[in-house]
Design a protein around this ligand. Structure first.
Ligand SMILES: Cc1ncc(COP(=O)(O)O)c(C=O)c1O
Length: 363
């Protein structure tokens, strides 16, 4: 008998991270992974360094200091918060815990690619809901609900499209789901949205038994490298996830750094303000090229999605931009081969990106 992984595992296309190298260019701007151009607060760096004496001992296994800090900041119960090695870990943990072979898992056709991997590795059936407007289609989801529907993943806002569901759209979606299915709201970019009809999902978690919200310190808090995310769940789900999560899944430096990052709201507000200003600037500038074969969508995240005439157009642009040291993210793995995603960077990076794009469309 040969050793075989679970059905579905070999259908997984390995996750392709944003590239980080543009060899040959004099100056390189990595705008491919939606990281913060500012990195973490200096207070988070100091807290990280303060972990040094504790490196030889296991961390407190429940991330208590961080759960309590998150609970105090958002007015939540610490018992219902679960922390993980990035929100990726929480998303996988939810899928690994609740999916059975044959269950159906829905997500948008242009959604964050982890959801499909999470379904396939559990021998569940991924169901991609078409997104004609590059936005999660609530009616499309509701029309596809069946007794097999176990999980719906929604990135709100979504990566890479930058679209989001309003509070009322999300409520309508949740109220049309059976109790036997779990709605997972992945709010990795929540801090950046800044729209009055948006919230990250806390109230929906509070008002129901089948909604989980996940968050991350990788984006606005600038801690992607140290891997720290969290989820807010109904108590019964938190109890289940705590049985199966790894006992020491968040390292001591990550716990300390995240607590300090959360406490430094003035720093995060600066990051968010920078993003608002430069996201709008990038969109305005790129729209000036709209008669030259590149178009850009509005975005609620820290990135914008650029559309070219076709996949070749995106590929040619990508090669040209790489030669100028601008690393964007190809979107073929998101079902958008004609698109490139550009992370909002520093002022210098944003100006360099627009300059290179201008050069490309004029060439
Ligand atoms: C929509 C979405 N969810 C989750 C994540 C994962 O974040 P983390 O670094 O917390 O694992 C990302 C990262 O790019 C993302 O875009």
């Amino acid at each position: 008998m040969t050793l075989e992984p679970r059905p579905g595992v070999m259908d997984v296309q390995p996750y392709v991270p944003g590239r980080s190298d543009a060899s040959g260019a004099k100056r390189v701007f990595k705008l491919s992974s939606n990281e913060s151009p500012f990195g973490p607060s200096p207070k988070a760096i100091a807290a990280y360094e303060s972990a040094e004496p504790a490196l030889g001992v296991y961390p407190e296994g429940t991330s208590r200091i961080l759960r309590e800090a998150i609970a105090a900041h958002y007015g939540l119960s610490a018992e219902r918060i679960i922390c993980g090695n990035g929100s990726d870990e929480i998303l996988h943990l939810i899928a690994d815990t609740y999916l059975r072979p044959g269950d159906e898992v829905m997500f948008g056709a242009h959604a964050f690619s982890l959801y499909k991997i999470a379904a396939l590795r559990n021998s569940a059936t991924p169901i991609e809901i078409p997104e004609p407007h590059l936005k999660m289609d609530v009616d499309g989801v509701l029309a596809r609900v069946s007794p097999c529907t176990r999980m719906i993943f929604i990135a709100n806002p979504n990566n890479p499209t930058g679209t989001y569901l309003s509070v009322s759209e999300m409520q309508r979606l949740q109220s049309g789901l059976p109790d036997s299915s779990l709605l997972v709201i992945d709010a990795a970019y929540a801090e950046y949205v800044g729209k009055s009809d948006y919230n990250a999902g806390i109230k929906l978690v509070d008002d129901s038994e089948n909604v989980i919200m996940t968050r991350t310190f990788s984006k606005a808090y600038g801690l992607a490298g140290i891997r720290i995310g969290w989820g807010y769940c109904p108590q019964a789900i938190a109890d289940v996830l705590n049985r199966v999560r790894q006992p020491f899944n968040v390292n001591v430096a990550a716990q300390k750094a995240a607590v300090a990052a959360l406490a430094d709201q003035a720093y995060v507000e600066k990051v968010i303000r920078h993003n608002e200003i430069w996201r709008a600037w990038l969109i305005d500038e790129i729209r000036k090229f709209s008669n030259k074969g590149v178009r850009v969508d509005d975005s609620a995240g820290n990135f914008v999605l650029l559309h070219f005439a076709d996949a070749k157009g995106a590929h040619d642009a990508d090669r040209f931009l790489m030669s100028r040291g601008i690393i964007m993210r190809g979107c073929a793995s998101y079902g958008l081969p004609q698109c490139l995603r550009l992370t909002v960077g520093s002022e210098e990076a944003n100006k360099a990106a627009v300059g290179a794009l201008r050069e490309f469309v004029s060439s």
